[in-house]
Design a protein around this ligand. Sequence first.
Ligand code: ADP
Length: 300
Amino acid sequence: MAECKESTSCSTCGSASSCSVDEKQRHEQELLAKKLESIDHRLAVMSGKGGVGKTTVAVNLGVTLAREGLNVGLMDVDIHGPNVPKMLGIETRRLEGSEQGGINPIEVFPNFKVVSMAFLLQDRDTPVVWRGPLKHSLIQQFVKDVNWGHLDYLIIDLPPGTGDEPLSVAQVINKMDGSIIVTTPQDVALLDSRKSVTFSRQLQVPVIGIVENMSGLICPHCGKEIDLFKVGGGRKASQELGVPFLGSIPIDPEIVQDSDRGAPFVMSHPDSKAAQAFKEVVKNVRAFVEQPEKNAASQA
Ligand code: ADP
C-alpha cells in the first residue's frame, strides 16, 4: 500500500490507485467504523406511504433536539424526493469538499448540520434514476465521508415504503438506535405503517414508536379541534403491535406555510399546540434512546 492518509477516503486519495481492492475495502470499513464512533445515537424516520408528514417530523425533530442544545445531523436519504432542504430554506446550497479532506455538511445552525441528495442535483426537475448499488454507495458516503464532527443524534429521513434505502442504512449503520414510524390516522395509512413496523424489526432496527401526524385540525378561526382524518388510529395500532406511542401532532395550516417558505415550524411557532406536540414526541424519543433499559419490553 502506498502512502495512506488515514483520514482520507480512497475515492479522493491520490495514492489509492496503488492499493489493492482488499486494502481499499478494509480502509473504507475502518473509516466508517471511526465515523460511527463519533455519533452517539442514530434514528431513522420512516413511513409506510408518502404524504403523511415523515419529512416534516424528521425536520422538526432535528430542530427541536438542536434547540435543546444537542449536536444534531440530519441525513436526507429520500434520494428520489429529497425535501429536507426545501423545508429548511437551504435548497440552493451545494455540498463542498474541505481542504482537510471529506465533505462539509450544510450548517443550518452550528449544532445542526444537513446532507441531502438535493445538494448534488443540477436542477430539481430531472428525476434521479438510480439502482440499489448506487444508492448504497451514496448512503455510505453520506456517513463516512461527511465531516459531521461529534453528533449526539444523527436523524435519517428515509423514503416512504420498504425499498433499497432502509436496507442500505441498516447495513451501513449497523447499530441503529431505532426507527420512528410516522402515520396519519386513517385506516389505509395505518395498514402501511404496520408494514413499516414489521420491516424495521426484520432489519433488526428497534421500533422506537409510532407518531400520529395530522391528528385532528386546529380551526384557525376558533382554535377548536376538528377530527378531519379521525384520531386515535396511531395509538390503537401501537397497542396492537406492542410498540410505544410517541404522540399526536395536529394538522396546523401554519406547518404547510412554514414548510413551503423554508422556516422550521417549531422555531417560528414555538407556542403552538403542534410545536408542543413535537416537544412531547422528542421527550418520548429521548427517554427511549437515552434509557434503553426501560424499553426492552416493547421490542418483542
Ligand atoms: P412525507 O415526507 O411523508 O411525504 P411531508 O413531510 O413532505 O410528507 O408532508 C407533506 C405535506 O403535508 C407538506 O406540505 C407538509 O407541510 C404538510 N404537513 C405535514 N404535517 C402536517 C401537519 N401536522 N399539519 C399540516 N400540514 C402538515
